[in-house]
Design a protein around this ligand. Structure first.
Ligand code: ADP
Ligand code: MG
Length: 251
């Protein structure tokens, strides 16, 4: 599903007056693309993602999904946050089944689909486990399986691996790339980790400090699946770091 922002600006009413979070922003994300958006903390990355999710409306400009104006949240576009936000009163299997249950999907089909997705994220052994028994990486895997269960066209991820240790993050980078290659979904992945952006993205969009604007874009042509230690990622990483530092040095 193609996503599009046209002339989008976003202001918030702060205590000290109006805060311009997003400057004028134009962005087209074609169907099936894996886009990483990178920028310094507070530059409006979450604001941008919330607009794509339909959780927040632009102050100016328009947002479209599949050619239709975004007027609110929709099951075709799911969001995954840094803290997995799983339901602690449900076990792993029931968490994954939750969205399907809400959609009235029959029990046998739910079971089967959850089982398939838990295998996809390598958690088939943990279907009966409770959320508090899982590590951070396992929780994010469940969150991913839960999001995929309702088969959305678009995955919106807001720094989903930011709180994980490096080894777990590398594993999840592999899994997410595999899942994306198998499902062909449109993915918008927010991060402030340059290497992560280069490993995951078809394209890396670089934002300026607040008010967030797009200051550079890089098409990452490296073959997949990519790993963080691949030497070839370094040249892209270096260029993106230059983009970020250059802009940070400006007044
Ligand atoms: P990022 O995700 O890049 O760290 P955010 O999109 O969360 O940045 O925030 C961008 C700016 O907008 C920040 O200055 C933040 O304080 C402000 N902001 C975000 N959400 C709100 C809100 N609901 N009310 C007021 N200000 C907000
Ligand atoms: Mg954020």
């Amino acid at each position: 599903m193609q996503l599009e922002l046209r002339g989008v600006r976003k202001t918030f009413q702060g205590r000290g007056g109006e805060v311009l979070a997003l400057g004028k922003l134009d962005l087209v994300i074609p169907d099936g693309e894996f886009v990483c958006i990178i920028g310094p903390s507070g530059c409006g990355k979450s604001t941008l993602l919330n607009i794509l999710a339909g959780l927040s409306a632009p102050s100016e400009g328009e947002a479209y999904a599949g050619g239709q104006p975004i007027c609110g949240p929709d099951p075709s576009r799911v969001m995954i946050f840094q803290d997995a936000a799983l339901f602690p009163w449900l076990n792993v299997q029931a968490n994954v089944e939750f969205g399907l249950k809400m959609q009235g999907c029959a029990k046998a089909e739910r079971r089967e689909r959850a089982r398939h997705l838990l295998a996809m994220v390598h958690l088939e052994q943990f279907a009966r486990a409770w959320v508090h028994e899982l590590s951070g990486g396992m929780k994010q895997r469940v969150a991913l399986a839960r999001a995929l269960a309702i088969d959305p066209a678009v995955l919106l991820l807001d720094e989903p691996f930011g709180a994980l240790d490096a080894i777990t993050r590398d594993l999840l980078h592999n899994e997410l790339q595999m899942i994306w290659m198998q499902t062909g979904k449109t993915v918008v992945f927010i991060t402030h980790n340059v290497r992560e952006a280069v490993v995951l993205g078809d394209r890396v969009v670089v934002m300026s400090p607040r008010p967030g604007r797009i200051v550079a874009q890089h098409i990452i042509t490296l073959p997949r699946p990519r790993q963080i230690e691949d030497v070839a990622t370094t040249q892209f990483t270096r260029r993106i770091l230059e983009d970020l530092q250059l802009k940070e040095a400006l007044p």
